[in-house]
Design a protein around this ligand. Structure first.
Ligand code: F3S
Length: 754
């Protein structure tokens, strides 16, 4: 499945490219810098990029997509006119599977309920050379770690926990679908050169502490924003003592501190994992360039000189942690939990303990949790809370079943859900959750925002290691400290749980009957991608119209948004997720969360054609039907939040030609450019106040659209008076070509034809 030639090619680049980077930078390099410089889109254009300042073009090795985000990404890619993806790519069906009664029936239900989406993803994958992981095969990040991640590689994935692959020494970054399309189409992928945080791990984990406790501690130190724009690089003897999957857990939750990604240097645990997962050849290749797959010795000798920020954690002193409720950076060492829970009024009865997910379902995790389940049975303890397991992949599930762990969990009354996201992403049909009762759950997942697991805002979710979660589920008590507390067993005796024990890797090796992988057709040209014309979940995209070469005139104001307008305000999530693959249907949520500066209401704007007030998408559709262009005006940092491309595609689809704001969130601005829209900023912010409800906009010099040259717009007010305003833009030559062609994809498609 993995592409050995790709790895050989990537590794072949390392030596010369790192040498060149060292010549230019004149300093030793961290691991993150080595991987980044080895993946420049234009490798000869090496500069001493300013960390946290310069935008740099990269050429990632791979792309991974999950089922919810892959839909729009692939619908767009289909319009790029490419016969195959430019880099190896995979699709993983994991988010659309609900956890309800148990693995097999839940999977069956999901297959029925999402049939057309799964069929679509399967056929597109088959056509364009994309590896397809069927529903039930596992969770994207676990499957990637088992099959594709490789030390020193660079990958992007359409899911924020793509960063999990740092456990095998990758630079793996979560992105929006539009970025995935760029890379699959062979274009450059742009990233602000990240700042670097070094985390030095000394000592060694023992007893009840687990890799999860390291990241829970880091999250407590750095908070949910502390890693923003940074790559976190772990090193030190403590790092080398961790399993590769343990490293994966730590990198996975780097998303919870906002980090661009996290990574570890190549070591023996990675080599063991590669060999155990059938990739001895990759291990051999990595051994051949070992010196490039870790930072230079000078960096580790004086890390404070080379990282923007340095943290040191002594694993000998680390305590098991529980982070929460409602935020993953509220870190409480287990010895302080009783006190904290009392002071804050947190419900202490644990209702459910959930282990697994992409974060924590390695063989090591499961075997250590199982060692506690064995003790519960042997010591005649009745497990007080419900207990569930979501295996990360079919390979893990099959292997743990073979090795008897599922039987062990069965003895403490556990439910095994499908190998999918399930309860981690609100896909948990938890009985009674709709009653909204205050209650506590503990899980080994990564996020614990309000409502995330079961939709109940009164569920207090705490994140811990699988071992601690299992112990707390057995005790049924959030304040139970297994390091010192005893439990009363069924015979009325006081018993203590011994620290968990487990195996890094299965002694009999991993096994699986059907991993759930489907290779694409060698030549997909004759594969038909079927989308039913009457589907309400999927819609083939038509190419957006090219610019007609004339000034845009007569454009009506659709909405003047006031205050915060994030991608959630522009394209809401929640129930709208269902329409992620249907541009026309999801466009009915366009800007419905934005606050109208005139009147302060949401989703209520004036239709200039009849003077009546209506919903934003309806008014946009009315203008579009009348052949009238429209404009959106916004405030500061317009489009902040996620990188979802729907927030740019929807206005484009509904006839909005330009978005004129005080300032943009950068990713959204780029997304607008990619979709062939005009993303403009007021040269004089005070001009925002000149915009009135019935305004009509005439561009005066769009025909001279050029980099660095402001544009001029005449704003005609209802009383006939006019203001002429200057607007700025950040379009370069290439991006102006995107605008002219109608979208970046149109341009690629044109180039492919020529
Ligand atoms: Fe899925 Fe939760 Fe991981 S949604 S990808 S299991 S973070």
């Amino acid at each position: 499945m993995f592409d050995l030639d790709l790895i050989k090619k990537t590794y072949g680049n390392f030596g010369p490219r790192i040498e060149l980077a060292k010549e230019v930078l004149k300093k030793p390099l961290t691991l993150a810098e080595k991987i980044l410089y080895a993946h420049l889109y234009e490798p000869e254009k090496v500069e001493n990029f300013k960390r946290g300042v310069n935008y740099v073009d990269f050429a990632p090795d791979r792309v991974a997509m999950q089922d919810a985000t892959a839909q729009m990404a692939l619908l767009q890619f289909m319009n790029a006119g490419k016969p195959q993806t430019a880099v190896p790519s995979t699709v993983h069906c994991d988010h659309l599977i609900q956890a309800s009664v148990g693995g097999t029936p839940d999977l069956k239900f999901a297959l029925e309920n999402n049939k057309e989406v799964f069929n679509f993803l399967e056929s597109v994958s088959n056509k364009y050379g994309i590896g397809f992981w069927k529903p039930g095969a596992g969770i994207i990040h676990q499957v990637v770690l088992e099959n594709y991640a490789f030390p020193g590689g660079m990958m992007i994935g359409t899911d924020s926990h793509t960063v999990n692959a740092g456990g095998l020494g990758m630079i793996a970054i979560g992105v929006g679908g539009a970025d995935a399309v760029d890379v699959m189409a062979g274009m450059a992928w742009e990233l602000k050169f990240p700042k670097l945080i070094g985390v030095k791990l000394t000592g060694k984990l023992s007893g009840w502490t687990a890799p999860k406790d390291i990241i829970l501690k880091v999250a407590g130190l750095l908070t949910v924003k502390g890693g923003t724009g940074c790559i976190v690089e772990y090193f030190g003897e403590g790092a080398q003592s961790l399993s590769a999957t343990g490293k994966g857990t730590i990198c996975n939750m780097g998303a919870e501190i906002g980090a661009t990604t996290s990574t570890f240097g190549y070591d023996e645990s990675m080599e063991r994992y590669l060999r155990a997962t059938g990739r001895a050849e990759v291990a051999e290749l990595a051994n051949g360039i070992k010196e490039h797959l870790t930072a230079d010795a000078e960096v580790y000798a004086e890390p404070e000189k080379y990282f923007d920020q340095l943290i040191e954690i002594n694993l000998d002193e680390l305590e098991p942690h529980l982070n929460g409720p409602f935020t993953p950076d509220r870190a409480t060492p287990i010895s302080k939990m009783a006190e904290e829970a009392k002071a804050n009024g947190w419900p202490t009865k644990v209702e459910v303990g959930l282990i697994g997910s992409c974060t924590n379902s390695s063989y090591e995790d499961i075997s250590r949790a199982a060692s506690l389940a064995v003790q519960a049975v042997d010591k005649k303890l009745k497990t007080k809370a419900q207990f569930t397991i979501t295996p990360g992949s079919e390979q893990v599930r099959y292997t743990i079943e073979r090795d008897g762990f599922i039987d062990i969990f069965d003895k403490i009354g556990a439910s095994v859900f499908a190998n999918a996201c399930g309860p981690c992403i609100g896909q948990w049909a938890r009985p009674g959750a709709d009653k909204g009762e205050k209650n506590t759950i503990v899980h080994s997942f990564n996020r614990n925002f309000s409502k995330r697991a079961d939709g109940n805002p009164n569920t207090f979710a705490f994140v811990g290691s699988p071992e601690l979660v299992t112990a707390l589920a057995i005790a049924g008590d959030l304040t139970f400290n297994p390091l010192k507390d005893t439990l009363t067993n069924e015979a009325g005796q006081q018993v203590k749980l011994d620290p968990p024990t487990g195996h890094e890797l299965p002694s009999k090796g991993f096994a699986v009957e059907d991993a759930g992988y489907q290779a694409p057709a060698a030549d997909g040209s004759s594969v038909n991608v079927v989308v039913a014309p009457d589907s309400n979940r999927l819609q083939l995209l038509s190419a957006f119209q090219a610019w007609d070469g004339k000034n845009i005139t007569g454009a009506k104001l659709l909405i003047k948004a006031e205050g915060k307008c994030t991608t959630d305000h522009i394209s809401m999530a929640g129930p709208w997720l269902r329409f992620r693959g249907h541009l026309d249907n999801i466009s009915n949520n366009m800007l419905i969360g934005a606050v109208n500066a005139f009147g302060g209401a949401t989703n209520k704007v004036k239709n200039q054609l009849n003077g009546e007030f209506d919903e934003v998408p309806k008014v946009a559709r009315a203008y579009k039907a009348a052949g009238i262009p429209s404009i959106v005006v916004g405030d500061h940092n317009y489009g902040e939040g996620s990188s979802r491309e729907h927030a740019a595609m929807e206005p484009r689809h509904l006839g909005v030609k330009a978005v004129l704001v005080k300032s943009f969130a950068r990713i959204h601005e780029t997304n607008l450019k990619k979709q062939g829209m005009l993303g403009l900023t007021f040269a004089d912010e005070a001009d925002y106040d000149k915009i009135q409800e019935d305004d009509v906009f005439n561009f005066l010099d769009l025909t001279d659209f050029a980099p660095g040259k402001p544009l001029t717009i005449e704003v005609v007010h209802a009383d006939g008076s006019k203001d002429t305003i200057k607007v700025n833009h950040t379009y370069n030559e290439q991006q102006i070509e995107w605008f002219k062609a109608g979208s970046a994809l149109n341009l690629i498609a044109q180039q492919n034809k020529n």
